[in-house]
Design a protein around this ligand. Structure first.
Ligand SMILES: N=c1c2ncn([C@@H]3O[C@H](COP(=O)(O)OP(=O)(O)OP(=O)(O)O)[C@@H](O)[C@H]3O)c2ncn1[C@@H]1O[C@H](COP(=O)(O)O)[C@@H](O)[C@H]1O
Length: 94
């Protein structure tokens, strides 16, 4: 993965939000009847699964669950009209 991978994923999420194609998981998140709450639930689930993978010392599962977590976090940022740079700049500022 390069720095560009996160940017490409975020741009794709933004494009799904704008176009809402039928065959897209991201579209499902943006159009779910529970609204933002559904993404918040998914973030909770993925966080729990990430923690369990770490407790099991399962590196492969930890990487997979971490990726699910980051993806859902990026969707949440987009839903809240934040940009990936808001996150990256905050990390750099610390
Ligand atoms: N990075 C991801 C990504 N990470 C996780 N997920 C989805 O998040 C879900 C994880 O939830 P679960 O583990 O609970 O699995 P699930 O039972 O299928 O989920 P639910 O149906 O219960 O919501 C899975 O369906 C994964 O496919 C992702 N879906 C899409 N992307 C990327 O987002 C971009 C746009 O994808 P589409 O919107 O599908 O075109 C592409 O680059 C994709 O690779």
């Amino acid at each position: 993965m390069t720095d560009d991978t996160l940017r490409e994923l975020f741009d794709l999420i933004e494009s799904r939000k704008a176009e809402l194609p039928d065959d897209s998981y991201t579209t499902r998140l943006f159009t779910h009847e529970k609204g933002q709450n559904y993404v918040l639930e998914k973030l909770g689930e993925e966080t729990t699964e990430t923690i369990l993978a770490a407790k099991d010392d399962d590196g492969e599962e930890l990487a997979a669950e971490s990726a699910d977590l980051v993806y859902h976090l990026l969707v949440l940022l987009s839903m809240q009209e934040l940009d990936l740079d808001d996150l990256l700049e905050e990390l750099e500022r610390r």
